[in-house]
Design a protein around this ligand. Structure first.
Ligand code: MG
Length: 379
């Protein structure tokens, strides 16, 4: 999506959701081990600044779940009040576009988000919808009382996208009571473009929707593999940093940061699995603030991006290639340290080593090379 800096996403989750049953509001109920709302928020990772509107009673819970990742706003008496509260918090934020999305639609795809955003280039408002294809009836008392034409009828979805100043003015001028933001936009005379919605973009509303959501999750599991490779040359010194562990040695590794070759390979493997570039893109060597930086900053950053996007680290395998120092005595500590920094289970991280039989630059002890493979799973 273009220009995430100028885009805000308002996720409306202030309702009490009693129609879905259960003893907690539907946005906090879990599907596949994560709350509906956490999944919805993750669907917009990287799309822009995220504002989540919560019921005042849910603010503490929201802070616990989303601290530092999203802006939390207390909702109002109605959905329209909630959206307006969120819009008002963005007035000085330099936002040019805003998407308003239901917190109970966790299956929104990045393709759908992209279609809404793209449409805002040529219309002040755009929203996804599906054409009604079933016949429509009226009914009463258990009997069909008539038929209704379905021509030109659409089922509305979210995210509904707007140019920011236009929807802000529309909400300020609206008398209240609108079912959604398209209604507010229409009342202000804005043209609303229809983009193609998706059947999977369901709004979890009724008890049966949770079972359907669980089935959809099984079909959507996303498994990603990434690899990383790094080399650092030896220089004079008395220790090396390898996978976060200081190992005494007759040389040091040369690098802009602390030259932790193993941690760099693992970090790049995670970025690679996410198609999110590499260490050099996120922490440019030309930027003096990263000179001598501890490499755990890089690994923690990559792991945080994975988490934001909803991926868990299923496993990682790091191989260090060197004649010396001996890695074996430190391998378990290294794996434990990598797991701690990445927020992963220690038994899912492997660190092992090999020599290159005295061949090549590692064999001549000119430097150390490292390989890493990771698997990330989103479910
Ligand atoms: Mg490196």
């Amino acid at each position: 999506m273009a220009d995430p800096e100028n885009t805000a996403i308002i996720i409306v989750a202030a309702g009490r959701g009693t129609r879905a049953g259960g003893d907690v509001p539907k946005q906090w109920r879990e599907i596949g081990g994560r709350s509906v709302l956490a999944r919805t928020v993750a669907a917009f990772a990287g799309c822009g600044r995220i504002v989540v509107v919560l019921h005042p009673d849910d603010m503490a819970r929201g802070l616990a779940e989303f601290a530092g990742r999203v802006t939390l706003v207390a909702g109002g008496a109605s959905r329209a009040d909630s959206v307006r509260n969120a819009l008002e918090t963005l007035v000085s934020a330099g936002i040019s576009r805003v998407l308003v999305h239901d917190g109970a639609r966790p299956f929104v795809s990045s393709a759908l988000i992209g279609r809404v955003t793209d449409a805002l280039a040529s219309a002040p408002a755009a929203a996804p919808a599906l054409r009604v294809t079933d016949a429509l009836w009226t009914g009463a008392g258990g009997y069909v009382t008539g038929t209704a034409p379905r021509d030109g009828l659409f089922r509305a979805q979210t995210p509904q996208g707007f140019r920011f100043p236009a929807i802000l003015d529309a909400h300020r001028a609206h008398p209240g009571g609108a079912a959604d933001d398209v209604e507010v936009a229409l009342a202000a005379g804005l043209d609303v473009a229809i983009v193609e919605g998706e059947e999977e973009n369901i709004k979890i509303t009724l008890p049966g929707d949770f079972a359907r959501a669980e089935r959809m999750l099984k079909d959507r599991m996303d498994i990603r593999t990434g690899n990383g490779f790094d080399v650092h040359a030896f220089t004079e010194g008395d220790h090396v940093m390898l996978c976060g562990v200081r190992v005494a040695h007759t040389k040091a590794l040369l690098g802009h940061s602390d030259a932790d070759v193993g941690m760099h390979a693992l970090t790049d493997a995670i970025y690679g699995a996410l198609a999110a570039g590499d260490i050099g893109r996120h922490f440019p060597p030309s930027d003096p603030q990263w000179k001598g930086a501890a490499s755990h900053i890089f690994l923690a950053h990559a792991a945080a991006i994975a988490r934001e996007k909803g991926y868990g680290l299923s496993n990682a395998d790091v191989t260090l290639i060197c004649e010396r120092p001996k890695i074996g005595p430190h391998a378990i500590d290294m794996a434990r340290e990598l797991a701690r920094i990445a927020g992963a289970d220690p038994d899912r991280i492997s660190v092992k080593a090999t020599t290159s039989e005295r061949l090549g630059f590692t064999g001549r002890e000119e430097g150390i090379a490292a390989l890493a493979t990771v698997t990330l799973v989103k479910s």
